[in-house]
Design a protein around this ligand. Structure first.
Ligand code: SAM
Length: 225
């Protein structure tokens, strides 16, 4: 069971200073009443490759990776802290929190807080009996939508064709989401990172070139309740 994973009752109770001490205490934020909130979340961040690339591309945005595995989440936290020590000021905006995001995203994120939500190479759970464990599910999409700002984007990537169709179908069935057009995606600087930045993505590229993965991006059009 994952009930022992520390989880705040509500987002306001989480001590984000623990994750982003230097960023939040920097002079521009230190005295403001409204502290900046996390805007990008990478769900199932694995070893944190995307976080590291996002740190460089969006130094003013706070980015969190959620990872359910204890050792992996600790590894990513330490990876972020080590980078901060090596290159002061460059990785203050990224961290990793252990969480079961299938249960607890709304415990960490407020309504409308996120502008980018990533699901890169989520576990495919091939057997039909295990499809209910897939992270993209109709019931969960409503919760994910709750944490997104209007216009906020959900990015999905997989190299499993059947999972790609599943995720597209589930997201399409939610009227609050609209597929982002190919032209609009060409202007989105995170798209090139979706495959090249994560450990799983690089494995897929090594194994069979970059042709077999499928990515998709949808934006929230109307608020979820
Ligand atoms: N996104 C990374 C990448 O592209 O390299 C990792 C992909 S890996 C196949 C899927 C990751 O999701 C694993 O690290 C796993 O522990 C994590 N995960 C699975 N279910 C999760 C959940 N409910 N909440 C948070 N993380 C989860």
């Amino acid at each position: 069971s994952d009930s022992h994973i520390p989880t705040p009752i509500k987002p306001q109770e989480y001590k984000w200073e623990r994750e982003y001490r230097e960023f939040l205490s920097a002079s521009i934020h230190a005295n403001s009443a409204e502290k900046p909130l996390v805007q990008f979340a990478d769900v199932g961040c694995g070893f944190g490759g995307l976080l590291i690339r996002l740190a460089q591309l969006f130094p003013r945005n706070l980015v969190v990776g959620f990872e359910i595995r204890d050792k992996v989440s600790q590894f990513v936290r330490r990876r972020c802290l080590a980078l901060r020590q090596e290159q002061p000021g460059r990785y203050d905006n990224i961290s990793c929190v252990r969480s079961n995001t299938m249960k607890n995203l709304a415990n960490f994120m407020r309504k409308g807080q996120l502008t980018k939500l990533f699901f890169l190479f989520p576990d495919p759970h091939f057997k039909v009996a295990n499809h209910r464990r897939r992270i993209i599910q109709s019931s969960l999409l409503a919760e994910f939508a709750y944490t997104l700002a209007i216009g906020g984007r959900v990015y999905t990537v997989t190299d499993v064709a059947e999972l790609a169709s599943w995720m597209t179908a589930k997201i399409n069935s939610q009227p609050c989401f609209e597929r982002v057009s190919t032209e609009d995606l060409e202007e989105d600087p995170v798209v090139p990172l979706l495959i090249s930045s994560t450990e799983e993505g690089r494995k897929v590229e090594r194994n069979h070139g970059c042709t077999r993965h499928q990515h998709d991006c949808n934006s929230l059009q109307i608020g979820a309740g």
